[in-house]
Design a protein around this ligand. Structure first.
Ligand SMILES: NC(=O)c1ccc[n+]([C@@H]2O[C@H](COP(=O)([O-])OP(=O)(O)OC[C@H]3O[C@@H](n4cnc5c(N)ncnc54)[C@H](OP(=O)(O)O)[C@@H]3O)[C@@H](O)[C@H]2O)c1
Length: 209
């Protein structure tokens, strides 16, 4: 089991996300993670970039990432990742410490990171799509449903299988509160997508736009 945590934000009393990027806040977040998980060292910590809460936005990450790299040198963190990151920020980050993974929003219908995924794959960096099933707005598409019916699978299984086929550096983190869905999601790894299904699914993002 490889546990990956994420720091850089805290919740306001109203449920909002507030940047927590100071040296003190980042250091406290790593210590909180260690204590809560009962660990001496965290496998991977993602820095969640917060220039815009809703999506990647440009801005230098040198100051917060340097703090995380210091904690890594102290032996509290093995590997570092970035979340909600632009390509420029990933390049900047790689000049500060090794970046092993990037966690951004991406799924069958939301493909802004297509080029980034291919760049990261070339450099052996994992890409972890968040909201792989659409998050708060579950993926819905007649193409997805048609392909799923043909393959005797569920639409969500097809959406996950498509992500796994999309690139070799994709790691999946679908969220679920249901054991049945967890089993279905794990089984998606064994679902073979024929080429014509892939071609149809590739058209989903274009038709949704
Ligand atoms: N880095 C970031 O900024 C960021 C932002 C958002 C999310 N994340 C992370 O990304 C991961 C995934 O996010 P998420 O859980 O919000 O979105 P998601 O995986 O796209 O979707 C989860 C939703 O899909 C449903 N679902 C799961 N499996 C299903 C299945 N087999 N059939 C039908 N419905 C299914 C779940 O409902 P049930 O509970 O009923 O299964 C839940 O409503 C989480 O680890 C989350 O923490 C990261």
């Amino acid at each position: 089991l490889t546990i990956v945590t994420k720091i850089g934000a805290r919740r306001g009393a109203d449920g909002s996300w507030i940047p927590a990027f100071s040296r003190e806040e980042l250091t406290e977040a790593v210590h909180d993670n260690l204590r809560n998980l009962g660990l001496d060292v965290l496998d991977v910590v993602n820095l969640r970039i917060m220039f815009d809460v809703h999506g990647p936005a440009e801005g230098s990450i040198e100051a917060p990432l340097t703090v995380l790299a210091d904690l890594q040198r102290q032996g509290l963190v093995r590997h570092v990742g970035l979340s909600n990151a632009t390509s420029k920020q990933i390049t900047e980050g790689r000049g500060i410490t090794e970046i092993v993974c990037v966690q951004n929003q991406y799924n069958l219908a939301h493909r802004a990171d297509d080029a980034l995924i291919d760049d990261l794959a070339r450099d052996g960096i994992a890409y972890v799509p968040f909201f792989p099933l659409g998050g708060f707005s579950p993926l819905q598409s007649s193409t997805l449903s048609d392909v799923a019916a043909r393959l005797n699978a569920t639409p969500m299984q097809v959406a996950l299988a498509w992500l796994l086929r999309r690139a070799e550096n994709i790691l999946l983190i679908p969220g679920t509160s249901s054991l049945g869905h967890l089993r279905e999601n794990l089984a998606a790894a064994g679902l073979a997508l024929p080429d014509e299904a892939l071609e149809q699914l590739d058209g989903v993002a274009g038709s949704a736009a």
